[in-house]
Design a protein around this ligand. Sequence first.
Ligand code: HEM
Length: 413
Amino acid sequence: MAEIKKADGFIDWLDQRLGVKKLTKVLMTEYWIPKNINFLWAMGVVLTALFTILLVSGIFLLMYYKPDANMAFDSVNYTIMQEVAYGWLWRHIHAVAASMIFVILYIHMFVAIYYGSYKRGREMIWVSGMLLFVTFSAEAFSGYMLPWGQMSYWAATVITNLFGGIPFIGNDVVEWIRGNYVVADSTLTRFFMLHVFLLPVVIMILIVVHFYSLRIPHVNNQEGEVFDFEAEEKKYIEGKKKDSKVIPFWPVFLSKDIFVICTFMIFFFYLVCYHYEFAMDPVNFDPANSLKTPTHIYPEWYFLWSYEVLRGFFFSANLGLIAFGIAQVIFFFLPWLDRSQKVAPAHKRPLFFIWYWLMIIDLIVLTIFGKLPPEGNSIYIGFVASIAFLFLFLVALPVITIMERNKNGGAKC
Ligand code: HEM
């Protein structure tokens, strides 16, 4: 056994047993972040804060929620919203945080795309981030079912039906997911388990993997500049803080992040108190009724773009399903669809810059039309926007980035 000396304080006592000083160095005071970044790099920490809010508010809701098709609606709309002291506040916090986490996830993703933070050694950061995105989507979808309102029921019916498109085994898969021929109590209980246990655990593991994957390639910076981190760390430790291109995670970087989190929280609680309705669908205040289909079924706003890709191919359900399948996975492959290894902000990559903004506009158009009923000209606009989405990722991106690579002398790196 290692020699244990008389401790000169509590920290020293812990350090001799758990190595807390080394751990603090590795994780905090000697974890280096580039100086040349802006407030958009705080979104990762805002996401961590929002996830914590979701966990805490979720635990309070769990104390009164009943995962039973006959009681779920009342447990949310009467018990939590009207009978339990401040139950409404926890519900509003949970619903607004669920919507806001997608706003911030999209900002975080599109900032990474803008600055090329997904490539040249950062592929695993991107892939672990995408796994987080998919798991969050499943978490949001399973949560949407729990109030057992009309939209919960019918969105679950439509989305689980999609698996029926899998060749040969589709119908069996749908039945397996639902635990019944139709969406029923068995579906609610298994989605409840996923929402409160399995998916949150997977998310926590993935967050650790995501943070770990940042460790070796390090966080990118506004210019995509590559520099010797060890040499810059040395300068900082030697006291040449101004000359060094890096800052320690704690206390310097995190104190700036905490400022961004506090500013964000003012806006967040303003929404919770005054505009929570944007995070809740009015149709979901009617109890689930398997005999009454709502006139227009749509998912939450953050899934609308991919839902529109599905509906865009209005003349063929199979084509729609294939396009939808591609839309679900295409972002995973971004580091390899982008054939240029140049890491630089989009405004320094002219063709990529145009591609980037066309992609954002297309996603906005898909989101708007995903919410509208599929009638009249909307159908054709949805179709064009869906084709444009596939074209932008499968054709335009590889082509323009190959052109960019050739212009830069053809070098891959
Ligand atoms: C709850 C979900 C997530 C959390 C808590 C999280 C957290 C973080 C944190 C703390 C950072 C470092 C600082 C920063 O750039 O903000 C980071 C970086 C990064 N994240 Fe995430 N992230 C999440 C989801 C995602 C998603 C969905 C993607 C997209 C696929 C993604 C891709 C990236 C990339 C590429 C970087 C590197 C940025 C750079 O090097 O400049 N993350 N993330």
